[in-house]
Design a binder for this molecule. Structure first.
Ligand SMILES: [Zn+2]
Length: 266
């Protein structure tokens, strides 16, 4: 099982074909194929950056159409770098898709047993996709260093279990995020992960008081500790900051667009 580049009708995106065979479609968008202008060129999917909302909606339309999904079937919450996880369902369809709605719950993780499509937005932070094929539950989380420090994985896995899912069956996909090659942090952030990184190479010294942090690795290690089978975790082999032709990177560009993560039960 691995992430693969899929050439769609109008855009390319990353996906895991085996997940689709097991009953969940997932996708991670790339930066090409949209209508936004610099510095958001061109498939920026996030409304919370300073891009034209009309262009973002057109980009969302392009992305969702490729996935056979409409605005009315999705929800996108307002991500706040926390570890709150909510359950969404039929009643949430359409929320947060057309506008930055003040009624959107602020959270960084969603799970559902319904066929609502979950959307999240990323430029360096870790996209985490969850799928429990027996209990037919999907989830999506957003983990920057803060969400990782708060172990959003534990929260979302507890939520999946509370809905009848089992950790034994649960599949997790880690999408493209900033790699240790480009993610340098100061002592303050590195210290937060010292315990997590003990006996591993998740943190390494890169300067006098600078450290390179493997954020995807931290999340993977948390998932395994929570009980996810290592063979059930599929990590995308890309650093968002290294591949400027493919991805937006907040660390590299500052003011920039966001890729979209999508997951929906079939
Ligand atoms: Zn890199």
């Amino acid at each position: 099982m691995r992430w693969q580049l899929f050439h769609g009708k109008n855009i390319d995106y990353l996906t895991i074909p085996e997940w689709s065979e097991l009953g969940a479609n997932l996708a991670f968008s790339l930066r090409d194929g949209g209508v936004s202008k610099a510095p958001y060129c061109s498939l920026n999917l996030a409304l919370h950056v300073d891009d034209s909302p009309e262009n973002v909606l057109q980009n969302r339309r392009i992305f969702l159409e490729e996935l056979g999904c409409s605005f009315a079937d999705c929800t996108a919450v307002s991500q706040v770098h926390g570890n709150k996880v909510i359950e969404v369902g039929e009643q949430d369809k359409g929320i947060g898709v057309r506008e930055l709605d003040p009624n959107i719950p602020e959270c960084d993780g969603m799970v559902t047993t319904s066929n609502i499509a979950l959307l999240g937005f990323y430029a360096d932070c870790v996209p985490l996709y969850f799928f429990e094929p027996q209990a037919k539950i999907v989830g999506l989380a957003h983990a920057g260093w803060k969400g990782s420090a708060l172990n959003i994985n534990q929260k979302i896995l507890h939520k999946i279990q509370s809905l009848g899912g089992s950790l034994e069956n649960c599949l997790v996909a880690i999408g493209p995020c900033i790699g240790p090659c480009c993610y340098e942090v100061g002592e303050e952030v590195a210290t937060v992960f010292t315990k997590e990184a003990r006996g591993s190479d998740l943190i390494s010294k890169s300067g006098s008081d600078r450290y390179s942090l493997d954020l995807a690795g931290v999340n993977k290690s948390q998932l395994i500790r929570e009980g996810i089978c290592p063979e059930h975790i599929v990590q995308a082999p890309f650093c968002t900051a290294c591949h400027k032709d493919l991805f937006y990177s907040y660390r590299r560009e500052g003011s920039t667009g966001r890729m979209g993560a999508f997951i929906q039960k079939k």
